[in-house]
Ligand binder design. Sequence first.
Ligand SMILES: NC(=O)c1ccc[n+]([C@@H]2O[C@H](COP(=O)([O-])OP(=O)(O)OC[C@H]3O[C@@H](n4cnc5c(N)ncnc54)[C@H](OP(=O)(O)O)[C@@H]3O)[C@@H](O)[C@H]2O)c1
Length: 282
Amino acid sequence: MSFTLSGRGVVLGVASLVLKEGATIEGALEVVRAAVDAGVVAIDTARAYATVDDDAAGERIAQVARERSPSLPIITKAGHFRLGRAAWDSDGSAERVRADALRSREVLGAPPSLLLLHRADRVEDLEASVRELAALREEGVVEAIGLSNASIEQLDRARSITTLDAVENRFALGIDRATEYRYCVDAGIPFLAYAPFGGPRADPLATHVPRVAAIARNLGVSVHRSALAAMLDAMPGAWPVIGSTRVESVLDSIAAAELAVDDELRRAFADDLRSRDVGLGA
Ligand SMILES: NC(=O)c1ccc[n+]([C@@H]2O[C@H](COP(=O)([O-])OP(=O)(O)OC[C@H]3O[C@@H](n4cnc5c(N)ncnc54)[C@H](OP(=O)(O)O)[C@@H]3O)[C@@H](O)[C@H]2O)c1
C-alpha cells in the first residue's frame, strides 16, 4: 500500500508535545484533538518521542488522534530512541528497525500508515535497513516506508533497492535549500517538510521571510499562517510538518490551507527565499 495524504494541508508533529519542558499529556491531547477537528492531514510521531517513563508516549498521543479520526494517517519513525533524561541514540540496523516497527504496530493497534528510518544520516548499512523496511511493508507490518534526514545520494541508493513512499527532511523556510524536495517532486514521492519555522529555538520567522511578514501584517494574519500558505502554494507535493504546542498556534497554522495566495504573496515568498540564497528554482 502506498502513502497518500488527502489534499494540501499541514501535518502536526508531536515531538514538542512530548519533549518540551513542562509538557503534560492533558496539554498534548488538547492540542491534538483541536488539530484533528480543524482538519490536520496527518500526525507525525516517532519511537524517539518518548518520556523517561514511557517509550511510546508520542505514539500513544497519535493513537488518540486516530481514534478521533480513524482514517487519519499516522507517520512514525524507527531507529532512533531515548536513552534517559537527556540522551538519545540511533541504531538503524535491520534488527532494531524490525523491533521498532513491531512495537509501533502494537502501540497503535494497527500498522502505521508510514514508517520512516528516522536517522538515515547516521545509519551504518543503509542497504540492509532499506531491505528490512521493504520486508516490513511486504509483510503488512507497516503500510508504507520511507527515509528521514536522507541525502540525495542515499535516496538514490535506497530507490535502487525498493520504492520509497515518502521522504521527511528538514525544510526550514529561509534556511534550507529545496534540493531534496525537488528530487522528490521529480520522482513523484511525497515530501514531508519538517520544522518549516526552524524549530522552537529559531530566530523569529519574520527575520527569515520579511516580505511575507510585511504582507501578513497588512492582512492582519500571522506570519506563520501566511508563510505556510505561500509554501503550500509554491511547493506542490510537499506537506509542512509543524510542531505547535498550543491550541491557538496549531489552529492558526492549520488555517493556512484556507488562506488565499495572490501574486503579491507569491512573489514576496519567492523573493524572501531567493534573497537568502535558498530559492525554490533549480
Ligand atoms: N524527522 C526528523 O528527524 C524530525 C526532526 C525534527 C522535527 N521533526 C518533526 O517536525 C515537527 C515540527 O518540528 P519543530 O517543532 O522543531 O519545528 P517548527 O514547527 O518549525 O517550530 C515549532 C515552533 O513554531 C511555533 N509555531 C507553530 N505554529 C505557530 C503559529 N501559527 N504562530 C506562532 N508560532 C507558531 C511553535 O510555537 P508553540 O510551541 O508556542 O505552539 C514552536 O515554537 C516535530 O514535532 C516532529 O514531528 C522531525
